[in-house]
Design a binder for this molecule. Structure first.
Ligand code: BG6
Length: 503
């Protein structure tokens, strides 16, 4: 990692400066980089929006955001005052071509003052409907031309299907080249997610068993107790498949299933990830019900508190057919994984907040122990815990002390907190740092996003063409709809209650 003294002067242009994403995630992350002395010595945060703000008002708004959402809590006054000096508000109408010309002049003036050609990051923290005018504006004003120093960052959702993704991507690629485009999937910035590669490829002991000979199946779970909160307007047009599976869960799948990269570099890693998506067994339209299950939450209780049904959430259609839970059964058709099922599930208002990947190993080939020993009461599993626990657990069988032979499951654990005694940086801190240093390893390449959409199209089309009759079909505070059980049960498997959750 480069020391911040090696970072070049940076102008960070934040479109959607008054929005929720900027307030909750981006600015607190930039502030924490500032606290950790990981911002360039010369740095300006230019917040672009159309509201009637000024720089002081924007800074005060961000101050509140940092107090509420930073992992470090309320900032010390001197640290905040120092950071505040970097914030400048740029009132602008993104549909007006002149505003980009003015922006360009402003950026050039900073370069003149600094006597440097600075790095320019254009971060689009706006609804995706605004990507096109902004990217065109940047392109036609010449702000995309400096391939080496200027880059653009876009957030998911990148489209709502294959076609709309291609439209957005065409606009991006018309104005910027691929090396300048940073597509964020914030899961890739999580330490525990990055550690999947470290665990698999920095240790010789996992790879030999990481294949169809030893692995029986893999379960990826990302469950949230939160509902849609204030995002009903967006979510009701998206649903769990688009909001979580197409991006976050597929990233996890790729990291677990990919081949070893030759080198830890952006292109090689992304090539290996796309190989996984290319190897996914396509889901035929008539096979969708056998491979995909959807659910929508009903009212229920979580931690003793009553929660409303999805259809009663603000911004949600009272007859909504949008799924808040999605589960898929997938196969990666290659030498390593042939016939090993991968089960993916994600949902809102579930029983617990937990994200983990469970690698379930095959049973022993021959049972030397008597049936009464209890062998196979719990199979050997390796659990990669991403949230709330952060670590890795190997669950295996051991002999219970005492006379007789009784085997019981035990855990061998690695915990991030205990091992490193540090607070892990928030995903956005890692990703923003990488954008500033122009390292695209943890960002999505266009072909990967496209492959994910292409694969999911039969499911999206089937679900859109066949409204459900059973929604809502799971209670808030449960593990999802009962229909999801069939997805694993027909293969003689079951969803396991995630490890170490205390519902
Ligand atoms: C976002 C989704 O991308 O990820 C949200 O839009 C979801 O619906 C969130 O809640 C989960 O991220 P995290 O980091 O809180 O696990």
């Amino acid at each position: 990692m480069k020391p911040s003294t090696d970072l070049r002067d940076t102008l960070f242009v934040l479109f959607g400066a008054g929005g929720d994403l900027s307030w909750r995630l981006i600015v607190p992350a930039l502030f924490n980089l500032h606290l950790n002395k990981r911002l360039p010595a010369r740095f300006m945060l230019l917040g672009v929006d159309r509201a009637d703000y000024d720089s002081d008002m924007l800074a005060d708004h961000y101050h509140q955001g940092v107090i509420r959402f930073s992992r470090n809590g309320a900032p010390a006054d001197d640290a905040w005052q120092e950071f505040k000096k970097t914030i400048r508000y740029v009132r602008s109408d993104i549909n007006d071509p002149d505003s980009y010309t003015r922006l360009k002049t402003m950026l050039e003036n900073y370069d003149l003052d600094w006597n440097d050609r600075s790095e320019k990051v254009f971060y689009l923290a706006t609804p995706p409907t605004l990507f096109e005018p902004i990217v065109h504006g940047l392109g036609s004003s010449g702000l995309a031309l400096d391939r080496e120093h200027n880059r653009v960052v876009v957030e998911k959702p990148l489209g709502r299907d294959l076609e709309s993704f291609r439209e957005i991507n065409d606009v991006l690629c018309l104005n910027f080249n691929e090396q300048q485009i940073f597509r964020i999937d914030h899961f890739l910035g999580k330490e525990t997610v990055q550690n999947i590669l470290a665990m698999r490829f920095a240790n010789p002991i996992f790879e030999p068993v990481w294949n169809r000979r030893y692995v029986d199946h893999v379960i990826i779970t990302v469950a949230e107790t939160l509902g849609v909160e204030s995002r009903g307007g967006y979510y009701d047009h998206a649903g769990a498949l688009r909001d979580m599976v197409q991006n976050h869960l597929f990233q996890l799948l790729c990291l677990v299933a990919m081949e070893p990269p030759v080198a830890y570099d952006a292109e090689d890693i992304r090539d290996k990830k796309i190989d996984v998506l290319r190897a996914l067994r396509p889901i035929a339209p008539d096979a969708v019900p056998d491979c995909a299950v959807r659910g929508q939450y009903d009212e229920g209780k979580i931690a003793g508190t009553h929660k409303p049904r999805y259809r009663d959430e603000p911004g949600v259609d009272s007859h909504s057919n949008t799924e808040t839970y999605a589960a898929l059964k997938l196969h990666v058709d290659n030498w390593r994984w042939q016939d090993v099922p991968f089960y993916l599930r994600t949902g809102k208002r579930m029983c617990a907040d937990v994200s983990e990947i469970s690698i379930r190993f095959r049973d022993v080939p021959h049972r030397s122990f008597p049936a009464s020993s209890g062998l196979n009461s719990q199979p050997v599993r390796l659990v990669i815990q991403m949230h709330p626990e952060q670590g890795i657990v190997l669950k295996f069988m051991a002999k219970e002390p005492g006379s007789g032979l009784r085997l019981l499951p035990v855990d061998m654990r690695f915990s991030y907190k205990e091992a490193f005694q540090v607070d892990t940086p928030a995903a956005y801190e890692t990703l923003l740092w990488d954008v500033m240093t122009s390292d695209a390893t943890l960002f999505m390449r266009a072909d990967q996003v496209e492959a994910a959409w292409r694969f999911l199209m039969p499911v999206l089309e089937n679900w859109e063409g066949n409204p459900t009759v059973d929604f809502p079909n799971y209670a808030s505070g449960s593990w999802g709809p009962e229909t999801a059980e069939a997805l694993t049960a027909c293969d003689g498997k079951c969803w396991l209650i995630p490890t170490l959750t205390k519902p």
